[in-house]
Ligand binder design. Structure first.
Ligand code: 6R9
Length: 642
């Protein structure tokens, strides 16, 4: 890499000769060639993925936006993640697991992983789990979490992983919405030296759910209560064969539901399927991270989020890679825990989020200097915009100025990376996500829907790993994301603001709707408002995302109390605890202001833009559309008094 030239959009970093020479993709013409996207997606599906029966058509768009990919094909993603590797690399390490306690670790080969997945698949069958049944998985970062996911997929069941940081109420809502038959969980796991009592949270959630069985992995050995006839230990389900035939499924067979936040209070169950998701996550893992057989790939995301699904589990395993998973907190017992793990295991490709990079930047370089990080050869980032300063810090201090920094833009809905550099061909500009992945056509639209250099980021063609539906809400799926262009073609609206520079490089500005990213975690304003309103003292609430130096954004709430309730420090505390119980710690507002009224338009819509301007101490702008303009000064007074 050389970081010589100054350019109008900042510095440009060219791929080094070394990276270029060895990269999977090193011909710039890939971008031109990929304009014919159906040919690319056909070729890749044939060259890199195994099918039990070939597909007849690459794409069926006759019922858009309910697109179907690889029509008529038979596949099972676990065949591509496991079976096909057994012969050539059965003894290769698939998973390196590091517990939070330093002495707790495990290595699992592809052969062993295959056997354990088969065994658990058979175990699920003995519990009556069939094709299309939903299994909710609520666990910490342990190998059995991946095993449970793959076991579901193997028998055609649908997994629904719920992030371990969500509360029992949030878990309950997801179990009920997905209509899960079985829950897979554990006694507990370690986080910052403490035991998170997972099973206890599940028990609370299940007070209001109807599931048939709960499988409990013994990880810690802490006390748990087992309900007779419902709860069963993972280890008691192991007396089943370790062979389980891989079910040949239709390309469009559902693989998983993952709930994510949108602009309404109710999280959306994003649905992904076996065929296209396998193709899309496989090829992006291979090309974007330039993954090779000898790599040790560490994506730090929790598996409870889409990044974990696509780039801890499915993409890397489909490529037969060695992945690393770590149970605990990044800075426990010391701030250099991550760097010591990279050194200890010789991690070569490292993929994390800007919030973590900013955190470590703040802690200082001395924590990195203690460790030899020379095994690293490529660095990735995801989840929110990385500012050029953090990008360069990452490049210099973690990558020692020889690892390309690969900024990847995508969403739960897109399933796979959509905009990102290809390390062998794409010049990098710190702060830019660079160019769309070959085979995906991205653009920007202004408010009228016309192409523009700045506006809302859109995707103008379907892509294989795209979500297929919202669980139980096909109308919401069809209405919310898609708009027709002049020629009647459907365009996918991402909800992100972006601009494009003279080189066609994309720069992401951030969400243009009421979706927040708190430490990289996606949350909706409406979801947190809903949690606040469910408290007996609250009549109305508005939540905004206030910029935060490390977390990116933090929720800040403006609350109107019901008659008979007075603002107090205790009530503020109580409301924070309430949000923690309703959603989880990540959703707790940093600040709660008790106001008399919220700024609303005459039609009753809350104008969150004004609250954000007040919170940031910025110019408020036009307030003539407000029903009552005096509310602005009153809210300013409340903030001033705090
Ligand atoms: C993968 C993931 C999606 C939202 C997305 C955007 C933001 C993700 C980004 C990025 C700037 C990047 N986002 N990657 N913003 N640069 N490289 O994070 O999925 O949790 O669904 O969030 O995250 O705002 O719309 P998800």
């Amino acid at each position: 890499m050389n970081n010589s030239k100054e350019f109008s959009q900042g510095e440009i970093y060219e791929p080094s000769e070394e990276t270029r020479r060895h990269a999977w993709v090193n011909n710039e013409r890939i971008y031109e060639m990929a304009q014919d996207y159906l040919t690319l997606w056909d070729e890749v599906a044939k060259s890199d993925i195994e099918w039990f029966e070939p597909y007849e058509d690459v794409l069926d768009d006759s019922n858009a936006p309910f697109y179907r990919w690889y029509v008529g094909g038979k596949i099972n993603i676990t065949h591509n993640c496991l079976d096909r590797h057994i012969e050539s690399k059965g003894d290769k390490t698939a998973i390196i697991w590091q517990g939070e306690p330093e002495n707790e670790k495990e290595r699992i080969t592809y052969h062993e992983l295959y056997r354990r997945v088969c065994r658990f698949a058979n175990a699920l069958r003995t519990l009556g789990v069939k094709e299309q049944d939903v299994v909710t998985i609520y666990m910490g970062m342990v190998p059995e979490l991946l095993i449970a996911m793959l076991a579901c997929a193997r028998i055609g069941a649908i997994h629904n992983v719920v992030f371990g940081g969500f509360s029992s109420t949030a878990l309950r809502d997801r179990i009920n919405d997905a209509n899960a038959k079985v829950v897979v969980t554990m006694d507990g796991y370690y986080r910052r030296g403490k035991v998170i009592e997972t099973k206890r949270i599940v028990d609370k959630a299940l007070e209001d759910c109807n599931v048939e069985s709960v499988v409990v992995l013994e990880r810690i050995g802490n006390d748990v209560s087992m309900v007779d006839g419902r709860d069963i230990w993972w280890h008691d389900l192991q007396k089943v064969p370790d062979k389980c035939e891989c079910k040949a499924l239709d390309s469009e067979h559902p693989l998983f539901i993952l709930y994510t936040s949108g602009t309404t209070g109710k999280p959306k169950g994003v649905l992904h399927v076996h065929g296209g998701y396998n193709v899309g996550t496989h090829i992006t893992t291979k090309w974007v991270f330039d993954l090779k057989d000898r790599d040790i790939f560490w994506c730090t995301a929790d598996i409870g989020w889409i990044t974990g699904h696509s780039y801890v589990v499915y993409g890397p395993l489909s490529n037969g890679a060695t992945i690393l998973i770590y149970e605990g907190a990044p800075d426990y017992p010391q701030p250099d825990r991550w760097w010591s793990i990279i050194e200890q295991y010789g991690v070569t490709v490292f993929y994390t989020a800007p919030t973590a990079i900013r955190y470590f930047m703040k802690l200082g370089e001395e924590w990195l200097e203690k460790h030899d990080l020379s095994s690293l050869r490529l660095l990735g980032t995801v989840g929110e915009t990385i500012d050029p300063e953090a990008w360069k810090w990452y490049y210099k201090n973690v990558g020692n100025e020889h690892c390309p920094v690969i900024d990847t833009w995508w969403q739960t809905e897109t399933g796979m990376v959509v905009i990102a550099p290809l390390p062998g061909v794409t010049k990098l500009k710190p702060g830019s996500v660079t160019l769309p992945f070959p085979g995906i056509l991205v653009d920007i639209r202004d408010e009228k829907g016309n192409p523009a250099d700045s506006g809302e980021l859109v995707i103008t063609n379907p892509w294989p790993a795209m979500f297929r539906n919202l669980w139980g809400e096909p109308e919401r799926f069809a209405k919310q994301y898609w708009r027709s262009n002049d020629s009647g073609e459907l365009i996918y609206y991402t909800g992100d603001g972006a601009r494009k520079d003279g080189d066609g490089y994309y720069w992401i500005i951030g969400r243009i709707d009421e979706v927040l990213k708190v430490s990289g975690h996606r949350l909706g304003s409406a979801e947190i408002e809903g949690a606040l309103i469910s408290h007996e003292a609250v009549s109305e609430a508005a939540v905004i995302g206030k910029p935060h130096e490390i977390k990116g954004q933090v929720p800040v709430a403006f609350v109107v109390l019901k008659t008979g309730y007075e603002p107090s420090v205790e009530l503020e505390k109580d409301l924070k605890t309430h949000v923690r119980n309703e959603i989880g710690a990540i959703a707790v507002p940093e600040e709660i202001y008790f106001v008399e009224q919220l700024p609303k338009t005459r039609s009753g819509k809350i104008v969150r833009r004004i609250l954000l301007a007040i919170e940031k101490g910025e110019e408020i702008g036009d307030i003539t559309t407000l029903e009552d303009i005096t509310v602005v000064e009153k809210i300013k007074d409340v903030k001033g008094a705090k």
